[in-house]
Design a protein around this ligand. Structure first.
Ligand code: ZN
Length: 193
């Protein structure tokens, strides 16, 4: 799939909205992005994860791992396509941990999958968790790299879409200055999509 086709799927499913948005940070943006909106459709989930699975298909992989919650659906689908074991890590008392009886054996080869990477914090924590268990990171697969390629995990990494987040301070927002598009807060009552 071409980059433009992927972008089209994100727009069609309202995962990527264009307009004038108030972000939780208090900043304004011309885009609002919610990856779960595209992954709710099995055909899109399958097609997008196929890019990640294809990228790593010749690597020796024992297990796919994702940070909860957003990464779970991605890791599960990539693992299904590669026919590998899938586990997820979740925060317990602030620390990324394996729960639910999930374990990593020494010297396992592990692929990390995530839905959206902005600063890469959760993925870095999962990488540390894998290394603490004396296992190897094969690579990192992500649906969207919101750092536009700036986050470097130091391993074989792929994103199906790289987007730069453009934000404005509320006092210096060109969309406010233009005054043509109403500012909306995603999740609020007047937020239609
Ligand atoms: Zn604004």
């Amino acid at each position: 799939m071409e980059h433009s086709q992927i972008l089209e799927i994100f727009k069609k499913t309202n995962a990527l909205l264009e307009g004038h948005f108030l972000l939780t940070s208090g900043k304004h943006s011309n885009q609002y992005f919610q990856c779960a909106k595209v992954l709710q459709y099995p055909e899109h989930l399958q097609a997008i994860c196929k890019i990640i699975a294809g990228h790593f298909k010749n690597e020796y992989i024992d297990t796919v791992i994702s940070p909860a919650i957003g990464g779970i659906v991605v890791g599960q689908e990539v693992a299904r396509q590669l026919n590998k074991r899938f586990i997820f890590a979740e925060r317990q008392d602030g620390k990324m941990s394996l729960r639910r009886g999930f374990t990593i054996s020494p010297n396992e080869n592990i692929l990390v999958c995530e839905d959206v990477v902005t600063t890469g914090g959760s993925v870095f924590e999962v990488i540390d968790l894998v290394k603490e268990n004396n296992s190897n990171i094969v690579g990192v697969g992500m649906i969207v790299d919101r750092s536009n390629g700036k986050v470097n995990f130091g391993v074989n990494q792929i994103s199906t879409l790289a987007l730069e987040v453009i934000t404005y301070e509320k006092d210096n927002c060109p969309l406010c200055n233009e005054g043509k598009i109403e500012l909306v807060k995603p999740g609020s009552r007047n937020f239609k999509k």
